[in-house]
Write a protein that binds this ligand. Structure first.
Ligand code: BES
Ligand code: MG
Ligand code: ZN
Length: 501
């Protein structure tokens, strides 16, 4: 784990072998940079010129120096023009700076934090973003590599240089930011873990340990209990597998009196082969990712137990493995859910909505929350529509949409709202049951019709569905990610909970 601290000592006086600066366009020097140049006995202007560095978005300039027989680096990262500075630009610049430092074998980065007002944030919020981003960027999934193939990490610590007036607040921001980053990385780790090493029972065990450690109320239903309770969707999906299905519930209780309650539900298919409607091999390759929603919910609950927002949060994850076998649910079967509704299964690969249906119905009945938000790698259609940079947001509640859209901008888990009118409802009519688990071809819009399936299970409770099929895994071009899981949803859920009132 990378260590991140705040210091109000001048950057040039830090014990570090790298000095990092984040600069807006045309701002290629500052008194702090000059002090570092003086300390190292170098002039960086020729490097800046030779590299054409002008502080533009995405630009990076690494300047090596030798001083008293030791090697140092000054790294400059561009933030672009002062006007269009988004916090997302900052996150990417921080991530790039970290990667360059690591590539140059740096051990300690002294990082000069820019003015938080540039991004319309408080100093504490900027420090939090910095720590979360650094934690995410330093994540590697290399458990299964032999020693010689493991990722080479040299950066051990980052010292965020801030004003003495803001030091305490920045330290608090860094602590919270690390908590968020650790949660993101934990979700990524579970998603990256091979599917035979992370079964529904394994993931339920992790959730249970977390709940115990942080004093969260914990409930777990075994496959037997799932069947007995009438959760026919979850039972039906897990039936083909020898791995037992599970449903877990984690509850955080706010200390604030009469706090509202939100429920996060995460799809937890630990491997999705498609079932009897078997996927082609190429589509199956990454289907260990199909529990990304559940991983995000469980990891977020751990962070929320520490961050203690003023809202009660219930996290629910239906967990199952979707495999074909002689016992598997068949196309043509009809399943009955926890709320009594039935669905015809035309395609066993549309299993996410079947397991979520029971979890949503359970949440609605037992918690009557003020909002239910689910996170699910639900449809290839959503991934095709929006690509890897935006999760699909479906809701008929404009207030809830606004809350989620704000949190998305803040946190970096970006969303794009899709139309979700009742016009699409007819697409999931069935001739033999209340609804059908796939939409009729005529209506296309597979992401939206899947959302409508879910809506049948939440009653009148404000509801939003986030389809993370495109954003959960192998997202390119983001320097704080690498190949594999992204932990999408963790930053978003935490931001929603922290700003709820
Ligand atoms: N897990 C998949 C969706 C998915 C696709 C996630 C690509 C991540 C990347 C889901 O269970 C599924 O198979 N959905 C089907 C639904 C269809 C049969 C209506 C799909 O999208 O093809
Ligand atoms: Mg089974
Ligand atoms: Zn599927």
């Amino acid at each position: 784990m990378i260590s991140i601290t705040a210091s109000s000592q001048k950057i040039s006086e830090q014990k570090a072998d790298c000095f990092g600066f984040l600069l807006t366009e045309k701002e290629t020097t500052s008194p702090e940079i000059k002090a570092c140049e003086k300390k190292l006995g170098i002039t960086i202007a020729p490097f800046i010129k030779a590299h054409d560095f002008s502080g533009k978005k995405g630009q990076i300039c690494v300047i090596p120096a030798e001083h008293n027989k030791k090697i140092y680096h000054i790294i400059l990262a561009g933030l672009g023009s002062k006007k269009d500075n988004s916090i997302e630009t900052y996150r990417r610049a921080v991530a790039q700076l970290y990667r360059q430092a690591n590539a140059h074998k740096v051990k300690t980065i002294a990082l000069s934090l820019p003015k938080a007002s540039l991004f319309d944030l408080s100093e504490q919020e900027l420090a939090q973003q910095t720590a979360t981003t650094l934690a995410m960027t330093s994540y590697n999934f290399d458990d299964f590599f032999s020693k010689e193939n493991k990722t080479k990490v040299t950066v051990e610590s980052v010292i965020a240089c801030v004003s003495s007036a803001e030091k305490a607040k920045c330290a608090a921001g860094i602590k919270d930011g690390e908590t968020v980053g650790i949660a993101v990385n934990k979700a990524r780790h579970w998603v990256n873990t091979p599917p035979s090493d992370l079964t529904p029972i394994d993931l339920a065990e992790y959730a249970k340990k977390i709940a115990k450690k942080h004093g969260l109320k914990f409930t777990q239903f075994t496959e037997k209990e799932i069947i007995k309770k009438g959760m026919g969707g979850l039972a039906g999906v897990g039936r083909g597998s020898d791995q037992e299905s599970q449903l877990i519930i984690m509850e955080y209780k706010a200390s604030k009196k009469n706090a509202e309650t939100i429920t996060f539900v995460g799809k937890g298919i630990t491997f999705d082969s498609g079932g009897l409607s078997l996927k082609p091999p190429v589509h199956m390759e990454t289907m260990k990712e199909d529990m990304s929603g559940a991983a995000a919910v469980i990891a977020s609950m751990e962070a929320l137990a520490q961050l203690k927002p003023n809202v009660n949060v219930v996290g629910i994850a239906p967990l199952a493995e979707n495999l074909p076998s002689g016992k598997a649910t068949k196309p043509g079967d009809i399943l009955r859910f926890y709320n009594g509704k039935t669905a015809e299964v035309k395609n066993t690969d549309a299993e996410g909505r079947l397991v979520l249906a029971d979890a949503l119905a359970y949440a609605a009945k037992h918690y009557k929350p003020d909002a239910i938000i689910d996170f699910a790698t639900l449809t290839g259609a959503c991934a095709y529509a929006l690509g890897p940079f935006y999760s699909g947001l479906m809701t008929q509640d404009d207030d809830l949409a606004a809350v989620i859209e704000d949190a998305a901008e803040d946190s970096g888990d970006h969303v794009w709202r899709l139309p979700f009118s009742d016009d699409y409802k007819v697409a999931i009519k069935s001739d033999v049951a209340d609804i059908c688990n796939i939409g009729s071809n005529k209506y296309m819009a597979g992401a939206i019709t899947a959302g409508h399936f879910l809506k049948h299970f939440v009653g009148d409770i404000p509801f939003a569905h986030l389809d993370i099929a495109g954003t959960a895994f192998n997202v390119p071009d983001r320097p704080y990610y690498k190949a594999g899981a992204t932990g999408v949803g963790v930053r978003l859920m935490i931001d929603i909970a922290q700003h709820w009132d």
